[in-house]
Write a protein that binds this ligand. Structure first.
Ligand code: F6P
Length: 357
């Protein structure tokens, strides 16, 4: 039997661990694995792919990025903006199907986030043997407690905050760190708590910059002359708008700039020297953490098990230390966001972190 795998959307630490897991588990069953390049684009005739044997995946477990390449644009982009869904045109689906048939692919594993899995769901509903694997550093997919890549991104945030802390202390400054996560504040919240941030600003919790400034002034009065602020890229402006850089070809906005805006405002309200830093794609690059290597491996193995059992239209899911699966439709089209009154937010507040509300 022959199965296919592709990853689509932004890259993510741990993608290669999934590929490694899939190839390892499939080879135990005597199956051949075809890796499609650059996401769904590799399915278009004449087909852009490579055969993946265990010897082709040696040493990739520890590598960031993906050996298959990826794209969040192209002919199969299912999302055109927050909440807007576009169908992949019938002629494109038909072309891709021909490649599947010619190669006799009996199961197609799609490793992707909300947009890619939405495409996967469309293909499954059109009769394709699809299995989903959740992937995003943003950790915003429903129906899975965690996605691989998130832990690596959080670790980078923590490393960044540790570094900013020493320079902030030395100069008695406010340092603002803008982090990724799109419309979800998970990276900011986890990274901020673990990195000892004093202020964390999230998309899910409207904040008041004046309250943050008062908090910083109070810290100053108590002898804490430096302050670390983490702001999620999707945190809203006072007007309720998002800070954006551009619109991608697919129609989704590129977020960015909120860190600078918050920094300028805090500087003028507190009179304290303030600098901002954007961590950007450093959060997506580099080697996956041990947790992400293990999650990726387990997800890959579970995807092959689902293929063996013929359980298509399902997405691998992590729940309470256990890897299982759920119908893909339970995971897509609605993001899993930070709960403003949830336990983690309460824990952050309990240790004195200001969320600006
Ligand atoms: O979804 C992952 C993510 O890294 C977001 O956190 C970020 O907003 C976006 O992708 C950046 O995308 P791109 O690499 O296309 O700029």
């Amino acid at each position: 039997m022959r199965i296919g795998i592709l990853n689509s959307g932004g890259d993510c630490p741990g993608l290669n661990a999934v590929i490694h897991g899939v190839v390892g588990a499939a080879s135990q069953l005597g199956w051949e694995v075809i890796g499609f390049k650059d996401g769904f684009e590799g399915l278009l005739p004449p087909g852009d792919y490579k055969v993946l044997r265990p010897q082709d995946t040696l040493g990739i477990l520890k590598l960031g990025g993906t050996i298959l390449g990826t794209t969040n644009k192209g002919h199969f982009a299912a999302k055109v903006g927050k909440g807007d869904i576009a169908e992949v045109p019938a002629d494109i689906v038909a072309k891709a199907k021909r490649t599947m048939e010619q190669l006799e692919i009996r199961a197609l594993i799609i490793v992707g986030g909300d947009g890619s899995l939405t495409t996967g769901l469309q293909l499954y509903r059109e009769g394709w043997p699809i299995i989903g694997v959740p992937k995003t550093i943003d950790n915003d997919l429903r129906a899975t407690a965690m996605t691989f890549g998130f832990d690596s991104a959080v670790s980078t945030v923590v490393d960044g905050l540790d570094r900013l802390h020493t320079t902030a202390e030395s100069h008695k400054r406010i340092m603002v760190l803008e982090v990724m996560g799109r419309h979800a504040g998970w990276i900011a919240l986890w990274g901020g708590i673990a990195g000892g941030a004093d202020v964390i600003l999230l998309p899910e919790i409207p904040y008041d910059t004046e309250k943050v400034a008062e908090f910083i002034k109070a810290r100053d009065a108590q002898g804490h002359h430096s302050t670390l602020v983490v702001v999620a890229e999707g945190a809203h402006l006072p007007s309720g708008e998002l800070a954006t850089i551009a619109e991608n070809a697919g129609g989704e906005v590129r977020l960015g700039g909120i860190g600078d805006i918050v920094a300028h405002r805090l500087e003028s309200l507190t009179g304290k020297e303030t600098r901002s830093c954007t961590l950007g794609h450093l959060q997506r690059g580099g080697a996956p953490t041990a947790l992400d290597r293990i999650l990726g491996t387990r997800f890959g193995v579970m995807a092959v098990k689902l293929a063996e059992e013929g359980r298509f239209g399902r997405m691998v899911s992590y729940q309470a230390y256990h890897v299982d699966s759920v119908p893909i439709e339970e995971a897509v089209n609605q993001l899993r966001l930070v709960e403003p009154d949830g336990e983690m937010v309460k824990a952050a507040k309990a240790v004195g972190i200001c969320l600006g509300d």
